[in-house]
Design a binder for this molecule. Structure first.
Ligand SMILES: *[C@@H]1O[C@H](CO)[C@@H](O)[C@H](O)[C@H]1NC(C)=O
Ligand SMILES: *[C@@H]1O[C@H](CO)[C@@H](O)[C@H](O)[C@H]1NC(C)=O
Ligand SMILES: *[C@@H]1O[C@H](CO)[C@@H](O)[C@H](O)[C@H]1NC(C)=O
Ligand SMILES: *[C@@H]1O[C@H](CO)[C@@H](O)[C@H](O)[C@H]1NC(C)=O
Length: 285
């Protein structure tokens, strides 16, 4: 009898562990919390991650994997209420002084005033390629999907599937492009009230702390870089349509709609900043 109870218990444990591990195909497997001393938390069995910021510290996480090209999606719900002075960064980056980086940054605001979505692209350590946007919805009311598509020809920033920015590979005009350095996804919530809101005019209201941003549904459709090799070199990549994806007619129209109605800054039209002429890649954008 003892034996049969025992084996039932073993079967039960096996089933339980199969159940638990399959339901753990989630944030516990995909990301590591990297800083914030308990302010970053994975909860709800790995379905949800929250970052928080108080006067002492912000917090952050990074993907476990490194990618060399991919389509990375995640749903974010930004800091609610008075988020002035806070910045939620969500970006791909490689390491080192000549690093590559593809940035989304969400600059908070007073309640009811619009967040700014700040984007930038660094290659070989050089950035300065900012475009900024307002959103066509309240990003604090619910989760929305923010995506970076990065392939050898272009980088496309999208929000809920609507492209907001396309950055084309500018090697044809003599400018380097991120294509050799694998990147991880990083995200952090931090205080930047010296510049974030109305150029630093509005300071963080610490009586509203802690500030919290939430994340879910991380999805990396990507070439994973490991031990000097890309998973896309060995696998059949015929299904990775994102690897040569470009904007179709409808997406081009959506992009133009965003640029016309929601773009608030474009370095490629900032004549004051570039009195000697715009950077060469601007000819392609
Ligand atoms: C905050 O709101 C002000 C007033 O509407 C606006 O000028 C600014 O661009 C908004 N966003 C940030 C991050 O400052
Ligand atoms: C490539 O194949 C390996 C082994 O089958 C798999 O673990 C990995 O996820 C695949 N990578 C991609 C990008 O499909
Ligand atoms: C890859 O898979 C597709 C079907 O999914 C097939 O048509 C193609 O021949 C395969 N290519 C290679 C190199 O195995
Ligand atoms: C490509 O996708 C189809 C449909 O999702 C799937 O049946 C097929 O096995 C995939 N091929 C490869 C090589 O992954």
């Amino acid at each position: 009898m003892g034996f049969s109870v025992n084996s039932n218990a073993i079967v039960f444990c096996l089933l339980l562990s199969i159940f638990v591990s399959s339901s753990l195909a989630n944030l516990y497997n995909d990301v590591d919390i990297t800083w914030g001393d308990g302010r970053a938390r994975i909860i709800n069995n790995g379905e949800l991650l929250t970052l928080s910021l108080d006067k002492t510290s912000g917090s952050g996480f990074q993907s476990k994997n490194e990618f060399l090209f991919g389509k990375i999606d995640m749903q974010l719900k930004l800091v609610q209420g008075n988020s002035a002075g806070t910045v939620t960064a969500y970006y791909l980056s490689s390491q080192g002084p000549t690093h590559d980086e593809i940035d989304f940054e969400f600059l908070g605001n007073l309640s009811g005033d619009p967040y700014i979505v700040h984007t930038n692209v660094f290659s070989q350590g050089k950035g300065g390629r900012e475009q900024q946007f307002y959103l066509w919805f309240d990003p604090t009311a619910d989760f929305h999907t923010y995506s970076i598509l990065w392939n050898p020809q272009r980088i496309i920033f999208s929000v809920d599937g609507t492209p907001i920015r396309e950055y084309k590979n500018p090697e044809s005009v003599g400018v380097s492009y991120p294509k050799n350095q694998p990147m991880k996804l990083y995200s952090s919530l931090w205080n930047a009230d010296d510049w974030a809101t109305r150029g630093g005019l509005i300071k963080t209201d610490w009586t509203k702390a802690p500030f919290t941003a939430s994340y879910r549904n991380f999805n990396a459709n990507a070439c994973i870089w490991s031990s000097g090799k890309s998973s896309c070199d060995s696998n059949n990549t015929s299904n990775n349509s994102w690897l040569n994806q470009q904007l179709d007619g409808t997406s081009q129209q959506r992009l133009q709609w965003v640029r016309k109605n929601y773009m608030i800054y474009n370095y490629c039209t900032d004549a004051k900043r570039f009195p000697q002429g715009f950077p060469p890649e601007c000819a392609l954008q």
